[in-house]
Design a protein around this ligand. Structure first.
Ligand SMILES: Nc1nc(=O)c2c([nH]1)NC[C@@H]1CN(c3ccc(C(=O)N[C@@H](CCC(=O)O)C(=O)O)cc3)C=[N+]21
Length: 283
């Protein structure tokens, strides 16, 4: 079998277009503030792409750049300013943060109504208890892609590889909500390859370049590659060995051009949702 490519870049483009149309009809511009402390390279591309996409879709978007030696208390004060600023609908603090700043404390300081990353414990709790809230952008983008690709979810065996707070865990919650039978596999899982091979839907989110080999993929599976890994030679690869996996999968996302662009589109979607919810309207 040779897999169909799930074009995340195209799906994200359409989603951003729909958001732009909705924003054009609003009497205000949803406000997004991205806070970046230092210049971690993993955040660089993301911040640039996000700024461009947000401006093009009609958001009032700005990045606040702070020096790498910023104190935790100063960052917390900035978050508080953004919490009470009526022009700000969404706040995103870029991760990772420098070592003098505790990320959990900063995330918990963000108003859950403005937490467009969906990382605040209140939003994580809402997701786990099936209440409405802001959902983390990457898993939300993956669900968009699965639906867009026409993947039957109810009853499907889904395996999520990686149990991170920002991708694996919320991903499992969303798949469960869509009636998949969900396995959350990780570094301590016994016989990871066999566990993955049983998946009809395989979501790889471990951050290890090309860890998922072709023989980890079941014949006809749908493979979603969340990993974005920069190799020493500058190449960008996912967590899945793409060429090998594509020989067995029915459908697969590429890197780049797969989940990454969806993360950005969903950040904008969350910002619009937050803006409408804060104003008590449906837009
Ligand atoms: N609070 C917080 N929230 C985040 O969501 C967050 C973060 N911190 N820190 C950094 C990571 C990284 N991240 C990316 C999102 C999209 C692409 C993306 O669009 N990538 C393009 C390729 C970009 C390229 O060419 O290098 C693609 O996959 O096609 C990349 C990286 C969000 N992150």
């Amino acid at each position: 079998m040779s897999a169909r490519i799930i074009d995340g870049k195209a799906v994200a483009g359409r989603l951003r277009g729909q958001l732009a149309e909705r924003i054009a009809r609003l009497p205000f511009r949803p406000g997004l503030r991205v806070v970046r402390v230092g210049d971690d390279p993993a955040s660089g591309v993301y911040v640039r792409n996000k700024d461009r996409a947000a401006a093009a879709a009609g958001f009032d978007s700005a990045t606040v750049q702070l020096p790498v030696d910023t104190r935790e208390s100063d960052l917390l004060m900035l978050v508080e300013d953004l919490n009470i600023d009526p022009a700000v609908d969404g706040i995103l603090v870029q991760l990772p943060l420098p070592p003098q700043i505790r990320p959990d404390l900063v995330i918990a300081a963000i108003d859950p109504a403005k937490d467009v990353d969906g990382f605040h414990p209140v939003n994580a709790g809402r997701l786990a208890t099936q209440q409405p809230g802001l959902v983390p952008c990457t898993p939300k983008g993956v669900m968009h892609l699965l639906r867009e690709a026409g993947v039957a979810l109810a009853g499907a065996r889904a395996v999520v590889l990686g149990r991170s707070q920002i991708v694996g865990r919320p991903m499992a919650q969303l798949l469960l909500q869509a009636d998949c039978t969900v396995t959350l596999a990780h570094s301590r899982t016994r016989d990871l390859a066999a566990e993955c091979r049983r998946a009809e839907i395989l979501v790889a989110a471990v951050g290890r370049p090309e860890m998922v080999r072709g023989d980890w993929v079941g014949e006809g599976a749908v493979v979603i590659d969340v990993g974005i890994n920069r190799l020493p030679d500058g190449r960008l690869v996912g967590d899945v060995a793409f060429a090998e996996a594509a020989e067995r999968a029915a459908a697969i996302t590429p890197v780049p051009g797969g989940v990454g662009p969806m993360t950005i589109a969903c950040l904008l979607e969350n910002t619009l949702e937050a803006a409408l919810a804060r104003r008590g309207t449906q837009g």
